[in-house]
Design a protein around this ligand. Structure first.
Ligand code: PHE
Length: 355
């Protein structure tokens, strides 16, 4: 009997060590210590023993029972602590899966163009989105009463009153900049700023966000991106403009683009041109993305107006230059065949996850 009891203890302790959960623990507890369990079964034979043996076996079986119980308790604590104890880290578990972000199609377009133009010797500049009326309009040959202002209506910020309200002192330089600040309607104000800062000769591009009061549709949004380009030097001509733009479009698009050049009017260039690109979405079949014309106005350009050169502090008798403004958002639409401009700023994940 002693042997049987020792055997039972050994076996029970060994099995208890392997227990992984509370269900298994309960089953084993019943098997060894339950009313119909193995220990009870052995002890049934005690009735046939003499008094001394009964005592001996009785206390041995109690010892064994307690020892087994202790082992059960220990493993129970371990199992339970795994559920609640924060300090327990199962390093073998896979970590939480993080969604990986990616570059927005517009940012990618800007990066690519910055890269292309840098290789062609252009500086990449950045300009203010809240611009003075002076740089956005007046210094670009668009005085206060010029009808071209109507085409580029925007948000006006009453800087003077705001400054007064906040009893801030504004210096003469700021006063000269005009009290009306505007959300810039194009990146062209950087033409004069760059000329004033760097003088001639000059090559620069300025990508950035611009703002207009628009009735939005598939090709118009109140906020969109442009890339301004400016090249000033001696004997710069339209031939240089055409060569630079064609080269850039060729490198940017994997497919050959059909381009149409026609006269265009902008008060700050003379002559002025517009570059249209054949709609890559409908291939000329006419769709909402090209206003049912088969063409998309993509680039405004021309030779910098002598008055504007003067505003920039550059002598128009010595230097000439070209300027262009690329509708970056429209370019991205054509590149990725996106038929609605409003998707770019929509924050729609279904749209963004495609890139
Ligand atoms: N700023 C003009 C626009 O937004 C584009 C342009 C830029 C035209 C440079 C000529 C020269 O429409």
């Amino acid at each position: 009997m002693v042997n049987k009891l020792e055997q039972l203890k050994k076996e029970a302790i060994k099995k208890i060590k392997d227990i992984k959960d509370l269900d298994a623990l309960q089953i084993l507890e019943k098997k060894y210590l339950g009313r119909k369990g193995e220990l009870t079964a052995i002890l049934r034979g005690i009735a046939n023993l003499n008094i001394d043996d009964k005592k001996k076996i009785g206390s041995l079986s109690n010892e064994i029972k307690n020892e087994i119980k202790e082992n059960f308790l220990k493993i129970k604590n371990i199992i339970e602590s795994k559920g609640t104890d924060d300090s327990f880290i199962d390093v073998s578990l896979p970590g939480p899966i993080m969604a990986r972000g990616h570059i927005h199609p517009l940012s990618k377009m800007i990066d690519d163009l910055d890269d292309l133009f840098s290789k062609m010797g252009f500086m990449v500049l950045d300009g203010p989105e809240l611009e003075s009326d002076y740089y956005n309009f007046s210094a670009l040959n668009i005085p206060a009463d010029h009808p071209a202002r109507d085409m580029q209506d925007t948000f006006y910020i009453d800087y003077k009153n705001q400054a007064n309200r906040q009893t801030k002192k504004i210096n003469t330089e700021q006063k000269k900049d005009a009290f009306d600040m505007v959300m810039r309607t194009h990146t062209s104000p950087m033409q004069v700023r760059a000329m004033q800062k760097y003088g001639a000769p000059l090559r620069c591009v300025v990508p950035g966000r611009v703002f207009r009061n628009e009735a939005t549709d598939a090709t118009h949004d109140t906020t969109f991106d442009q890339l301004e380009g400016l090249m000033i030097g001696e004997n710069i001509s339209l031939a240089n403009l055409s060569a630079v733009l064609k080269e850039v479009l060729k490198r940017l698009f994997d497919e050959e683009l059909e381009v149409r050049i026609r006269p265009g009017y902008f008060p700050f260039v003379e002559p002025g041109l517009e570059f249209d690109v054949a709609c890559t979405i409908c291939k000329g079949a006419k769709c909402p993305a090209c206003k049912h014309t088969g063409w998309l106005e993509m680039i405004g350009a021309g030779m910098v107006h002598p008055e504007v050169l003067k505003y920039g502090g550059i002598d128009p008798d010595k230097y000439s230059g070209f300027a262009f403004g690329i509708g970056l958002t429209r370019l991205a639409m054509m590149k990725h065949k996106i038929d609605d401009i409003r998707l770019f700023n929509s924050g729609d994940m279904k749209f963004l996850e495609q890139f």
